[in-house]
Design a protein. Structure first.
Length: 374
């Protein structure tokens, strides 16, 4: 056993002490199960959760890495064009270091203006706007990726730049000024600023016939990047399954959907890219009200999806978008018709493990071994 692992285990035990009596799994952590197969398991974490000792202790116990949920986005980091605020991201980085956890970066550019810096759409780029926009983007990436170059092991360089409706690149302020070159600039600058970090394109293309245009658009983007020699290491598959935010709810991973999804993942693998599941959760918006039945449906859908994905030895990390239901973004998005709280994550609101946790553990146990990324 390596020294790093024993230090992590010691730290996890001290974290578990902070759980203050919340129910804890009597078995190995999800990250320990993942590691046996060369994988890592982690979660998104908001800086606000640092004050929640029970929850942050559970994260330190179950996870091998965290990713800031919002704290590295332009709208948090860039209160104005001139100023950076690293406070919240630095607090999460410190937590990761103290607990011996890895740290992922999300995201150097979320190429959707509605989730960008508030001031950007009205920004005056002056008489040579294209040059000014390129400079701003490069400065941003150099500053942010450079700051965490020794800690962040993989970066979502670009998040969600493919329009699911058309498969084309989204029209954004920076995209209109720089054209498709915007994407290349981001990857090249990230490589220069953080040469050791793996560079990832992250998006929410999903399984299901409705998602075919999105999948096709992502493949086209990746093919272009590879053809131009852009330094990209992996595709981040967000893995928000269950549908239901702006698409039809999906309760099953049908044989036809599995076939089409495999064809998509095979193409990505064929380009020599690794894979991550970066934001896993199961939207239970249209599942039964009864808790036991709902949890069973969530777990079954998750297990089918994870089993297929873990079959790919290119899959190196699995991160959930929140470890407990009270921290899930889905609570505030497209509510259930019956108004009941959603149950999309592995732990309930009282931090008790649910069948989804068991499904993830079972999928890791059944997964083939792979060469680790770390
Ligand atoms: O979970 C995040 C939520 O707290 C934010 O309000 C929202 C907008 O910044 O982003 C959510 O996270 C998204 C992630 O950054 C990218 N993929 C989709 C996630 C859920 O919307």
């Amino acid at each position: 056993m390596s020294q790093a692992i024993s230090r992590r285990q010691a730290l996890a035990l001290s974290g578990a002490a902070a759980l203050c009596g919340a129910a804890r799994p009597a078995e190995e952590s999800l990250d320990a199960l993942a590691r046996k197969k060369g994988l890592r398991f982690g979660t998104a974490m908001p800086a606000g959760a640092l004050a929640d000792a029970g929850y942050s202790g559970l994260i330190a116990q179950e996870c091998g890495l965290i990713v800031p949920e919002n704290e590295l986005k332009w709208y948090v980091l860039r209160p104005s064009a001139e100023r950076f605020d690293f406070g919240p991201a630095d607090r999460l980085a410190a937590f990761a270091r103290e607990r011996g956890l890895g740290f992922r970066g999300h995201t150097l550019l979320w190429n959707r203006d509605e989730y960008g810096a508030k001031w950007l759409p009205a920004h005056d780029f002056g008489s040579r706007p294209r040059e000014a926009a390129g400079r701003m983007l490069r400065d941003h990436i150099r500053t942010v990726a450079g700051r965490y170059a020794n800690q962040i092991d993989s970066w979502d360089v670009i998040n969600e730049t493919v329009d699911p409706a058309t498969g084309e690149l989204r029209a954004t302020v920076l995209g209109k000024l720089l054209g498709p070159e915007l994407i290349d600039i981001c990857f090249h600058e990230a490589k220069a600023a953080a040469p050791k970090a793996r560079l990832v394109y992250n998006d929410y293309m999903n399984f299901g016939a409705e998602e075919a245009t999105h999948r096709k658009g992502v493949l086209k983007l990746l093919e272009g990047l590879k053809a131009r020699g852009v330094p990209i290491d992996a595709l981040g598959i967000q893995g928000h399954i269950g549908g239901g935010v702006d698409s039809t709810p999906v309760a099953r991973f049908s044989a036809a959907d599995q076939r089409d999804w495999r064809a998509f993942v095979d193409e990505v693998r064929g380009m020599g890219l690794d894979l991550l599941i970066t934001e896993f959760d199961v939207n239970d918006r249209a599942m039964p009200a009864d808790t036991a039945r709902r949890d069973a449906e969530v777990a079954a859908l998750a297990k089918d999806f994870l089993d297929l994905m873990l079959d790919y030895r290119e899959l190196k990390q699995v991160l959930v978008w929140g470890l407990a239901d009270r921290y899930s973004w889905l609570q505030g998005t497209a509510p259930r018709a019956d108004g009941l709280p959603k149950r999309p994550t592995p732990y309930d609101t009282d931090l008790k493990a649910k069948p989804l946790r068991a499904a993830i553990a079972a999928a890791f146990r059944a997964a083939p071994e792979r060469r680790t990324w770390a």
